[in-house]
Design a protein. Structure first.
Length: 142
């Protein structure tokens, strides 16, 4: 599935917010998609970068990246339920790794709830390795 990746800055456009409501409709950390949108908007307003995956001009995946210049944290990765299992997360994360390395980051850490079924396995498949208690990271550059 060909997915284009875009880095989005604040303020988040209305059409993007509408698409993201569908992407985060069943995200387990948030009580509702509106809660997810509020957190994403706050993260972008505070200097984070929202990366989105687009297919047929629709945002079908997103992840927020925050943190210091050399160590960045990836949070709230979600893929629209209709496109799961098609490599969308893999494509999005691969492009995030490349773009963050271009920005000068040396490490990308995954800040996810590791008790969720399949999360540790997904992180390993995406090239992250365990780093300390409850943390996964990958090196972007030396």
């Amino acid at each position: 599935m060909p997915v284009a990746v875009a880095a989005v800055s604040a303020p988040l456009a209305a059409d993007l917010l509408q698409d993201l409501q569908r992407v985060y409709v069943d995200y387990p950390v948030f009580a509702s998609p509106d809660d997810a949108l509020a957190v994403l908007q706050q993260g972008v307003a505070a200097g984070g970068t929202l990366y989105t995956g687009l297919f047929n001009a629709r945002h079908i995946a997103a992840v927020l990246v925050v943190g210091e210049d050399e160590v960045r944290g990836m949070r709230y990765l979600s893929v629209h339920q209709a496109t799961r299992g098609r490599g969308v997360a893999e494509r999005l994360v691969a492009e995030v790794r490349r773009l963050e390395a271009e920005r000068g980051a040396r490490w990308l850490e995954a800040d996810f709830d590791l008790s969720q079924e399949g999360i540790p396995e997904m992180l390993l498949a995406l090239g992250f390795i365990p780093h300390g208690e409850g943390n996964y990271r990958c090196r972007l550059q030396d």
